[in-house]
Structure formats: structure tokens, C-alpha cells
Design a protein. Structure first.
Length: 263
């Protein structure tokens, strides 16, 4: 079991050159957790999300999948070249993955940058997104949901209004957050792109483990060549393998972290 930041760094280096690591034998859950890792995979990229779910399930973990409400519609206009030609999942898939234990959360109605829109228009798009989730995602409760801003771009006005609609929202900079607590509504985040995100994600985990206690909320997208700032499937699997072996770490989707520790 990796007990220290040094052991994590050593293992990360081994994984970076493609060396397989043995899975550590887990001990008891008697010690309290001090670090939470949330990797949110945005945009609802179908092929990637299916594979991400399979990888998380190998470790009996729940993936955090943040999807565009209309991404699967024929008329959906991709916001950037990193989504061109990449098929999105639909709510049949999202309901199936949710039934398997994964967290499905809103990532906008049409992936608009709400920091560049008038408040009324941005507010309307968020409400339309939540209305779709109310209708299409079984058991969805917006009061327990985390809204994940496209581009992590928001405004003070939206930040002040949105807690009246959802439990919390993800926006802004700064991936290491305080431990989930009552009244916490804004989750800072970080990410890397458009190139491979792996080295940057490793550094964020190193920074988290160097703290006494904290919560890393990381924005990711797809696997292999899908989306902005992708990672390899084998990297994700080996990262989770390392993290689950660290006594202080718990891997949780964002809304579940808030429900477990911040209620």
C-alpha cells in the first residue's frame, strides 16, 4: 500500500514509462480519509465514457461523467474541433451507466461559454439543461446536482444565482478545494489541454497528497484521441490502481463527495 507522497511519485514514474505495477493489497477502512480525488469527464463522448465506466468498475469505483443535454441531437453544433466527428452518448446510455453506479451530471444545454453571454441568456440555457435532465435522467434531483460549467467559465452573477437551483457548481480556477462541507457551493477545478493531460494530472495529485487534507476536482474529457486534453485508457487504469492503494485517498464523483461529507 502506498502510504506516502514519495511512494506515489515513484509509482507514477514507473507508470509513465509503461511499467506495470502490482495492485497493493487493501487494508481495513479504519483510518479516516484525508484526500478526495474527483476526475470529471466532460462532454459525454460515447466511446470514451463507456470505456471510462469499465475502468472504474474494475476498482469498484463510480465515474464522474458530465454530459451535454443536447449533445446527441443531430442538430447539435460542436463547440470546437476537439469534438468534431466524436459521437455523443444519449440518455439511454446515461441511464444505463447510472444504473451501474456512475454519476451523470449536467454540463450545459449546448456547451455555451456563459461568461460571454448576457445573464438572462446564460440563466435560460442552464434552466433548459436542468429541465432536460429532469425529464430524461431517471431519479435526477437538481437540488443534489453539481452543474459543471462548459469551459469552467462563469460570472459572479451566475455564481450568486445558481445555488438556488443546484447543490453546487464547478467553475473557475484552482483544482484543490477544501474538504467538502455544509454550504459549499462552488468547486474550483483545473485541467490541461489540448495535448495529453497525464503529466499535469500527475502533478495535481502530487500537490494534493502534499497537503494535510483536501479535495482535487479535475476536469478531463476523453480517452486516447477523443476530446480536449485526452489521456490514455492504460494511464487512467494505472492511476486509479495507484490511488486506491493510498490509505488517505478516496475517489468519489463530485455530488457524492458533497452528499457524503458536506451534508
Amino acid at each position: 500500500m502506498y502510504r506516502s507522497r514519495r511512494e506515489f511519485l515513484k509509482a507514477a514514474g514507473a507508470t509513465a514509462v509503461g511499467l506495470a505495477l502490482p495492485l497493493a493489497v487493501s487494508g481495513t477502512e479504519s483510518k479516516p480519509k484525508k484526500h478526495i480525488v474527483t476526475i470529471g469527464f466532460d462532454d459525454g463522448l460515447k466511446k470514451s465514457c463507456v470505456k471510462i465506466a469499465e475502468i472504474y468498475e474494475k476498482f469498484k469505483l463510480s465515474a464522474c461523467l458530465n454530459v451535454i443535454a443536447t449533445g446527441h441531437h443531430k442538430e447539435f453544433v460542436v463547440p470546437d474541433k476537439y469534438q468534431e466527428g466524436v459521437r455523443k452518448g444519449d440518455f439511454d446510455l446515461w441511464n444505463a451507466l447510472q444504473a451501474r453506479g456512475h454519476e451523470i451530471m449536467p454540463h450545459g444545454y449546448k456547451h455555451a461559454n456563459k461568461a460571454k453571454l448576457p445573464f438572462a441568456e446564460a440563466k435560460d440555457l442552464i434552466l433548459r439543461c436542468l429541465d432536460v435532465f429532469d425529464k430524461e435522467l431517471r431519479g435526477f434531483d437538481r437540488k443534489k446536482a453539481v452543474f459543471n460549467f462548459p469551459y469552467n467559465a462563469s460570472t459572479r452573477e451566475l455564481n450568486a444565482w445558481l445555488p438556488s437551483q443546484v447543490r453546487a457548481f464547478r467553475a473557475g480556477r484552482g483544482g484543490i478545494n477544501p474538504w467538502p462541507h455544509r454550504g459549499q457551493t462552488k468547486l474550483g477545478t483545473t485541467g490541461f489541454g489540448p495535448g495529453n493531460t497525464e503529466a499535469f494530472l500527475d502533478r495535481q495529485n502530487e500537490q494534493l497528497l502534499a497537503t494535510e487534507s483536501g479535495w482535487l476536482v479535475y476536469t478531463a474529457h476523453g480517452l486516447e484521441d477523443e476530446g480536449w486534453g485526452p489521456m490514455r485508457a492504460i494511464y487512467l487504469e494505472r492511476l486509479l490502481e495507484r490511488l486506491v492503494a493510498i490509505e488517505s485517498v478516496e475517489i468519489l464523483p463530485a455530488a457524492r463527495a458533497l452528499a457524503k461529507y458536506g451534508s
